[in-house]
Design a protein around this ligand. Structure first.
Ligand code: URP
Ligand code: ZN
Ligand code: ZN
Ligand code: ZN
Length: 509
């Protein structure tokens, strides 16, 4: 790709270029694709049209032969997260820089409470995000139930958090029980906030881990063996049924198995507002890495729910192509090989998590578009637009149109490259996609009008990123809001609709 600089940008450094014209590319939105130029001014998209004349001082980028698409939105990351005795080694600067180099311009990170205190957790995550160099939002985890938690959820939605995550696994740490889950769902419904679940049966996982370990299987393969897909399917089905009972939409994070995917698909067929989020690793990889004779390689692939056998990945990709699953995340939670090494001799204490923030766009392009499963428009939908819609920031994000934030990438389908820890930008010293060949490369990333990835170089500064508040009552709440927030009233109404009768007032009561 040739880069034409008609006139120098206002400042010597291209990071500060305020007017950018992307010429001659194929502009792709989730619903429309056309040959057009894109004019960017002061952080926003100013115009999308054929043959735009370059304004004086504009930086002109020749995108002929390439796709011009909305920057990726990764709805599931864990930067600088304290977890299983370690702290994830990508912070908001290194993780976001890596994201930008891979074409992702926004992510939503999971803030964790501090000693179950949500406001303290929010504060801690705000402090971590001082290093940010890209746009980000937060989800908040709920790890216990009491009136303080309910009150704090109400405060957090005022601050731009519109989703709360409940862990059904990690017994003795983050896990909540069904009572806590139900209380949390009811509160989410009142607030118009989206509940999310990590769906695995945590009690059964704990038993499985104990039995597998006692059987003498202590290596990373024990991780896969101890938490099979059936436990993911059970928890997914349970969470969906409980959400339907409460009358709240539900977002199932990291759908890793056919078992869980089929629960989501069944619910959607029944008309329920359920979102299923597969992650890049679950689509592209299989569990064989956990059987590798090299511990470092095997431990690098340990995440929860586990990466499954090949047939699961194939089915997840088809479900995504057919619309049964809606968008792709990463669950980027990276622990380097010395951190993973604490689990030598006991798979139960290997910190869980894999990389993906930098790789997601390329992996999805390869697995879904190059393979012929979906079109570039679908690619935009599952990597960007759907996340913007679900988390209620569309069309500000996830769209190339006048007035939208200028988060734009150029992807050149002619460029071949190979993923490797030797060349990635994340701080992790391994890469679960090591050696994976990709046909197509993000050659340009523009974040809110700043040229941050260009000619193979990052132009980023810590502190330049921005918090994007996510408003409540997103599109998933449309029908729900109409039904009213009172569970009992809704149950009565549903009963009447189904049976043509309402509860009676008894004479002898
Ligand atoms: O293994 C994983 N997924 N680590 C991050 C925490 C979580 O469960 O999302
Ligand atoms: Zn520069
Ligand atoms: Zn999880
Ligand atoms: Zn996660």
């Amino acid at each position: 790709m040739t880069i034409l600089v008609l006139l120098g940008s206002r400042n010597a450094c291209c990071v500060t270029a305020t007017v950018i014209l992307i010429k001659g590319g194929e502009v792709v939105n989730h619903d429309l694709q056309m040959k057009a130029d894109v004019l960017i001014k002061d952080g926003l998209i100013a115009e999308v049209a054929p043959n735009i004349k370059a304004p004086a001082g504009a930086k002109v980028i020749d995108a002929s032969g390439s796709y011009v698409m909305p920057g990726g939105i990764d709805p599931h990351t864990h930067l600088a997260m304290p977890f299983m005795g370690q702290v994830a080694c990508d912070d908001f600067y290194s993780g976001q820089a890596a994201a930008l180099a891979g074409g992702t311009t926004m992510h939503i990170d999971f803030a964790l409470p501090v000693n179950h205190n949500l406001l303290a957790g929010f504060k801690e995550w705000q402090a971590k995000a001082q290093l940010a160099c890209a746009d980000y939002g937060f989800h908040m985890a709920v790890t216990k139930w009491n009136s303080q938690v309910a009150e704090d959820m109400g405060k957090l939605v005022q601050q731009g958090i519109n989703s709360f995550k409940f862990f059904m696994a990690y017994k003795g740490a983050l896990m909540v029980n069904d009572e806590e889950l139900l209380q949390g769902f009811v509160r989410c419904r009142q607030l118009g906030a989206l509940p999310q679940v990590h769906a695995e049966n945590g009690e059964a996982v704990a038993l499985g881990q104990q039995l597998v370990f006692e059987a003498g299987i202590t290596g990373p393969e024990g991780h896969a063996l101890s938490r099979p897909a059936v436990l993911e399917g059970e928890a997914t089905g349970r969470a969906i049924r409980l959400a339907s009972f409460v009358g709240v939409p539900l977002y199932v994070v990291h759908v890793m198995s056919i078992d869980a995917m089929e629960e989501v698909a069944r619910a959607r067929k029944a008309g329920l507002p359920i979102i299923g989020e597969p992650v890049a690793s679950g689509l592209a990889l299989d569990e064989s890495a956990m059987w590798d004779a090299n511990f470092t390689k095997a431990a690098a692939a340990v995440m929860s729910p586990p990466i499954r056998s090949k047939q699961h990945g194939v089915a997840l990709k088809k479900a995504l192509a057919g619309g049964l699953l809606q968008l792709v995340a990463t669950d980027h939670a990276v622990f380097n090989s010395s951190q993973k090494a604490v689990g030598r001799g006991d798979f139960r204490v290997i910190p869980n998590g894999v990389n993906g923030l930098e790789e997601r766009m390329h992996v999805v392009w390869q697995e879904m578009v190059v393979s012929g499963l979906i079109t570039p428009r679908d690619f935009v939908r599952i990597t960007s637009t759907a996340a913007a819609q679900i988390f209620n920031v569309y069309p500000r994000k996830g769209c190339i149109a006048p007035g939208s934030d200028a988060d734009v990438i150029v992807l050149d389908p002619r460029v071949k490259h190979t993923i490797s820890a030797a060349t990635h930008h994340s701080r992790i010293d391994t890469n679960v996609y090591e050696g994976k060949e990709i046909q197509g490369k993000v050659t340009v990333t523009i974040s809110r009008g700043r040229l941050v990835w260009f000619e193979g170089k990052l132009n980023v500064e810590p502190g330049s990123g921005r918090f994007i508040p996510l408003p409540t009552h997103g599109p998933l709440f449309d029908g729900i809001d109409k039904a009213g927030a009172d569970t009992a009233a809704r149950l009565v109404k549903a009963f009447a609709a189904e049976n043509g009768a309402t509860p009676v007032v008894r004479e002898d009561a």
